[in-house]
Design a protein. Structure first.
Length: 277
């Protein structure tokens, strides 16, 4: 009888300890649980971090994409444990905000763990479906990203934000066959003010596909975050189209080559803050 009672007590204690391993309201618990599951390649335990079957998640804007989200989690989980291997992992910090995609997007809707291993710094990012929750009760996906590589790219490559949208080309003289004042309307969806844009513009005539104008230019322009602005294309003034200047007679394209200033919140700045003693 005593052996049976001892066995039942042991099973009960083991079950309680297992349940207490993950406390989604305790971010230290979540951090330790996630890193341990990755190190041990325990994908089953790792999936306990996510809330993909709850009524609240299913009712959210992301509920219909549960299967795709699970694939994203699985892919990044494998990437993480292959990267970590048997290496020592140094925990640096966790947060609910970071700059993504070279700094052009500020993510304030994810629980993010920053670690260092093998000389590189990584971001373990867990997007939530409820940004109001500053805990881990609404985690819905997982991304594993090398911030050290992002910093190298940020330093060596021009800043070409995809969140700077080209709206339309504007001109003032539809009755002429020469361009006069031409402007490109831009929508600045980045979280920063834009002051200078380097770009390549191409103009071709529709009637015979003739290339009329192609040149790399640079313009000073002031467009605050979230605003629509117009950038005057000085180099196009006086260019002869050979037909009336209207949208039925020519095609145009603009490639953004570089934008200044670069974001103040960026992967290099994040590394500096994370490693500051």
């Amino acid at each position: 009888m005593k052996i049976v009672l001892l066995l039942l007590f042991t099973i009960s204690l083991t079950s309680c300890n297992s349940q207490n391993q993950l406390n989604k309201y305790d971010l230290d618990s979540v951090k330790d649980y996630a890193l341990k599951a990755i190190k041990e390649k325990d994908s089953v335990s790792f999936m306990n971090l996510f809330d993909l079957k709850s009524t609240e998640f299913k009712a959210s804007n992301y509920g219909a994409g549960a299967s795709q989200i699970q694939n994203v989690i699985s892919t990044n989980f494998k990437k993480a444990y292959k990267t970590f291997g048997n290496s020592k992992i140094e925990f640096l910090k966790y947060d609910f905000s970071d700059a993504l995609n070279g700094g052009q997007i500020i993510d304030k809707g994810s629980f993010i763990i920053f670690v260092k291993t093998n000389g590189n710094i990584y971001r373990l990012r867990f997007p939530t479906y409820n940004e109001k929750n500053k805990d881990a009760t609404s985690l819905m996906a997982f991304y594993f990203e090398n911030i050290s590589n992002e910093c190298i790219d940020f330093k060596s490559n021009p800043y070409k934000p995809t969140m700077l949208r080209k709206k339309e080309l504007l001109w003032n003289n539809s009755d002429s066959d020469r361009f006069d004042v031409v402007a490109l309307r831009l929508y600045n969806l980045t979280p920063y003010k834009i002051e200078n844009v380097k770009y390549r513009i191409t103009i071709s005539r529709k009637s015979d596909d003739a290339m009329i104008y192609m040149k790399t230019l640079e313009s000073n322009v002031s467009i605050n975050e979230g605003d629509v602005g117009e950038m005057i294309i000085e180099g196009l003034k006086g260019t002869h189209l050979g037909e009336k200047i209207n949208e039925d007679n020519f095609d145009w394209s603009v490639d953004i080559l570089d934008v200044m200033p670069k974001p103040s919140e960026n992967p290099c700045k994040k590394i500096e803050l994370l490693t500051k003693s």
